[in-house]
Design a protein around this ligand. Structure first.
Ligand SMILES: NC(=O)C1=CN([C@@H]2O[C@H](COP(=O)(O)OP(=O)(O)OC[C@H]3O[C@@H](n4cnc5c(N)ncnc54)[C@H](O)[C@@H]3O)[C@@H](O)[C@H]2O)C=CC1
Ligand SMILES: CC(=O)C(=O)O
Ligand SMILES: [Mg+2]
Length: 475
């Protein structure tokens, strides 16, 4: 299923055209007739007879891009010089770099930042390892670790292909919360090996953000690392997603005037994100959640190969219903999708209770096309940046790690996650709240700061903050 990908699909077409054979108006009309939307024009050069221009066109997908460029190729008097995709251009050479905080200008500088001066600093840390927090980058660093097995909704595409996402996460950490994050993509899927590698690299980091590691291995990897390391370990696809989902749902329920305790929720994709979203909703007070995976609703009375589904069946589905998504969605107040593209049909939405809330969060293509669903739902959200109500873990991970690093928390616990969800929800004021604004924008600078504060308070309240600093303590 292809969904118009908006801003994510802009192409820049460089053409040369002969002024006596074709006008720019003709060219613009040809692009328009092929369904392209011109969003920018640059004149590169112009002579009496010829003009070279870069035309930036918004297209739906790669097929549509081909149609637009073919149309130009066939237009009399036009010569196509080059087609570039802005998204690819932004990735050339990667998206991040390392920067020094201080310049090395003299031999004296050199002997302080490096040998021999550095040796005294090394010895100080060897005598007291906690000094790593004050004398190295550790206090501000997070490793973004993936094995490339569940990258967005693209599946097991491997560690090389996972890198652009992890670089993107590192950029967001820096821009939104000034955390120095490093993308680390591992060429192994072996649970034990991943655990040992992460433990071995931990000295350089103040926190570990696990990313896009498929279920069920991600659960064991996270649990073991939490037990065996003294820095926060946080599987973003589980907990970051769950925190933001809860924030969005708290606000969406205010619009439809329903209570967490009374709603029926149907959730698809009982993997990393789905299980964590279910657990946070149960902790927040939701009583009726039905989880649906490829073979239908997860229910008791079946022995699943996946042990996490057996536990899931015990925690959810109070009426123990079975059947397909279409069967069990009848009367649901809320649909949450963290599964696969296009699996929710309009007919399913029509079976939901009054004022349906649909959070179709699969990336990059949601469970239902938001434009098709919109007439039938009261509140619609996706994980994407190009539609209103972006429910995406990017609203959580920068601020939650900022808070955890600043109070030097040994872990990110349930109270810290609930505090983060409430903080995100609280950024949207009562006056601002409406169907297309249930969750703050990623660019809202209040989000990371509010999450940080709430997380620090929760960390001190629950005794997991190590930093003795009165400024950070809960009142
Ligand atoms: N918006 C956001 O912030 C986030 C969105 N996601 C999206 O959620 C999706 C799942 O991510 P993860 O939980 O990390 O992956 P995962 O691989 O751990 O879990 C995916 C689950 O969906 C199930 N599934 C696949 N096709 C299905 C279908 N047709 N019907 C029902 N279930 C189906 C799989 O069997 C699996 O249990 C991805 O598309 C990902 O991009 C994940 C994390 C954050
Ligand atoms: C947003 C994110 O982490 C994902 O789709 O995997
Ligand atoms: Mg992810």
């Amino acid at each position: 299923m292809a969904i118009p990908s908006g801003a994510s699909m802009h192409i820049t077409i460089r053409i040369q055209f002969a002024k006596n054979l074709v006008s720019f108006g003709d060219i613009a009309t040809a692009i328009g007739q092929a369904g392209g939307d011109i969003v920018g024009i640059d004149v590169i050069s112009s002579t009496k007879t010829h003009t070279v221009r870069d035309i930036t066109v918004s297209v739906f997908d790669t097929k549509h891009a081909d149609l637009v460029t073919d149309t130009l190729r066939k237009t009399h008097g036009v010569k196509l010089i080059n087609v570039s995709d802005r998204t690819f251009l932004m990735h050339i050479g990667g998206k991040i770099e390392t920067k020094s905080k201080i310049p090395i200008k003299t031999r004296d500088d050199l002997s302080r930042v490096y040998t021999p001066g550095v040796a005294r600093v090394c010895s100080a840390i060897a005598d007291d390892p906690s000094k790593a927090y004050s004398l190295t980058i550790k206090r501000n660093t997070v490793a973004v670790v993936s094995d490339g097995t569940a990258v967005l909704g693209l599946g097991d595409i491997g560690p090389y292909a996972a890198m652009p996402v992890m670089e993107g996460k590192a950029m967001l950490f820096k821009q939104l919360a000034d955390v120095d994050a490093f993308p680390i993509c591992l060429d192994t899927k072996d649970t034990e090996e991943i655990i040992q590698i992460v433990k071995a690299i931990a000295p350089a980091f103040g926190g570990i953000n696990l990313e896009d590691i498929s279920a069920p291995r991600c659960f064991e990897i996270e649990e073991r690392l939490k037990q065996e390391l003294d820095i926060p370990v946080f599987h973003d696809d589980q907990h970051g997603t769950a925190v933001v989902l809860l924030a969005g749902l708290l606000n969406a329920l205010k619009i439809v005037d329903k209570k967490l305790q009374n709603i029926k929720v149907v959730l698809t994709g009982i993997g990393a994100a789905g299980i964590a979203c279910t657990k946070i909703l149960l902790a927040a007070g939701v009583k009726n959640i039905i989880g649906v995976d490829r073979h239908g609703a997860i229910h008791r009375g079946v022995e699943y190969d996946n042990p996490y589904w057996n536990e899931y069946a015990q925690l959810t589905n109070p009426e123990n219903v079975s059947g397909t998504l279409s069967d069990v969605i009848e009367g649901a107040d809320v649909f949450i999708g963290v599964s696969a593209p296009g699996i929710l049909q309009i007919e399913d939405v029509q079976k939901m209770a009054q004022d349906p809330i649909v959070f179709a969060m699969a990336n990059p293509i949601p469970e239902i096309d938001p434009e098709l669903a919109e007439p039938y739902v009261r509140v619609m959200a996706t994980g994407r940046s190009d539609y209103p109500n972006q429910i995406n873990n990017v609203l959580c991970f920068p601020g939650i790690f900022r808070g955890a690093l600043d109070c030097r928390a040994i872990e990110i616990n349930e109270e810290m996650k609930l505090a983060a969800a409430e903080a995100i929800a609280s950024v949207v004021t009562e006056e601002e709240l409406n169907e297309t604004y249930i969750i703050p924008s990623v660019f809202n600078s209040k989000v990371a700061e509010k999450v940080r504060e709430a997380v620090i308070k929760a960390a001190y309240r629950t005794g997991v903050a190590r930093k003795e600093d009165i400024m950070f303590k809960a009142e």
